[in-house]
Design a protein around this ligand. Structure first.
Ligand code: LMR
Length: 348
């Protein structure tokens, strides 16, 4: 019996070695190399442009997606990530996507206002109760409808997924902000769109749309007094170097969606696209984990830096701010659509 077993094991080993080309440990790298050089001929390149730094939540998730897409397609798909507005900034990344100069972008959804004003749902003050509320929206049919909106599709764009950043907080260089009255006369940098302009107006403040890549300089030079952003964006952009006061207000959200050029996406071989979709799904799960963790870490960094005076609003102070911002709903609910605003509000 033992002899039979030994003969069988030897046979299996010989067969395996033959299948590997008989080179033992050396055969594997050679195989991989051949495969890689074979793939490079018809490799599919996805240029992924974004505006935040490589170490931001979005930057890390974009790199993760690139890694997963390469691994799942055996190198057939190469995602080239261009962070920090290196390739295109806020002003032109959407045009670059439409033109097919890049294949993927992940803007803060506010910036989609250029194509469809409904994306400003995200700017409606105090619309989201907490993070789980935002995640529930990402998974909803309402969110799917937005990603596939007519105005996107007619511009050859389709949305694939929502990525999270988090709640925004105000910073400025003039004084601690606690009440609505404190905002009077200050000027803030805004991302884009009429809703954010209306938000600052409701507080008696002015605003200017400034691309993300130019915001640090605008704060440093005093072009504007303040801005609103997530802890992670504030920290990774080092706004603490140029802003003295931070108010933890959690008054609105900053979230992303992944958009692709539709002609490019539809033209990808089905089997490859399925793998890239899998990679994006995993990268999205990773991103949702990372966003809240990294925002918490960034808040700790901001506290530790000792550079900003931090004001945490009480529930009553938040309620007062929320009340002062109610006129924004009167002005914009019909534009963003009651379907979306009420749909989000009533979401469990
Ligand atoms: C901003 O402009 O403040 C943000 O949209 C940047 C980003 O992409 O997170």
């Amino acid at each position: 019996m033992k002899k039979v077993m030994a003969a069988l094991i030897t046979l299996v080993m010989v067969t395996l070695l033959a299948a590997c080309g008989g080179g033992g440990g050396q055969s594997k790298p050679a195989d991989t190399k051949e495969k890689a050089s074979g793939d490079q001929k018809d490799q599919i390149i996805i240029k992924f442009s974004h505006v935040t730094s490589k170490d931001s939540v979005k930057g890390k998730a974009a790199d993760k997606f690139a890694e997963l897409a390469a691994a799942k397609t055996g190198g057939k798909v190469k995602v080239e990530v261009y962070p920090s507005s290196q390739l295109y900034g806020d002003k032109d990344e959407l045009d670059a996507l439409v033109a097919g100069n890049v294949q993927m972008i992940a803007p803060s959804v506010t910036k989609m206002v250029k194509l469809d004003p409904r994306w400003q749902y995200v700017d409606m003050p105090f619309l989201f109760r907490d993070r789980n509320h935002a995640l529930a929206f990402f998974k909803s049919d309402l969110a799917k409808k937005l990603l596939n909106g007519d105005k996107l599709v007619s511009n050859d764009i389709v949305g694939l997924a929502f990525w999270e950043n988090g709640f925004k907080n105000f910073s400025n260089n003039k004084k601690p902000l606690k009440t609505a009255a404190d905002f009077q006369g200050l000027k803030f940098r805004a991302q884009a769109g009429k809703v954010l302009e209306g938000q600052f107006k409701a507080l008696g403040a002015g605003s200017a749309t400034i691309p993300f890549g130019e915001t640090y300089a605008a704060l440093q030079q005093g072009t504007v007094d303040g801005q609103e952003n997530t802890f992670n964006n504030i920290d990774t952009q080092k706004y603490q170097e140029v802003q003295k006061y931070l108010t933890v207000s959690n008054h609105g959200r900053l979230d992303y969606a992944i958009f692709v050029n539709k002609t490019f996406w539809d033209g990808m071989p089905q089997d490859v696209r399925t793998k890239v979709e899998e990679a994006l799904k995993e990268a999205t799960e990773y991103e949702w984990q990372l966003a809240s963790q990294d925002n918490d870490k960034s808040f700790e960094n901001l506290k530790k830096s000792g550079k900003m005076q931090i004001t945490e609003l009480t529930a009553a102070e938040r309620a007062e701010l929320e009340k002062a911002l109610q006129p924004v709903y009167g002005e914009f609910k019909s534009i963003i659509t009651p379907e979306l605003i009420d749909g989000i509000k009533n979401m469990k």
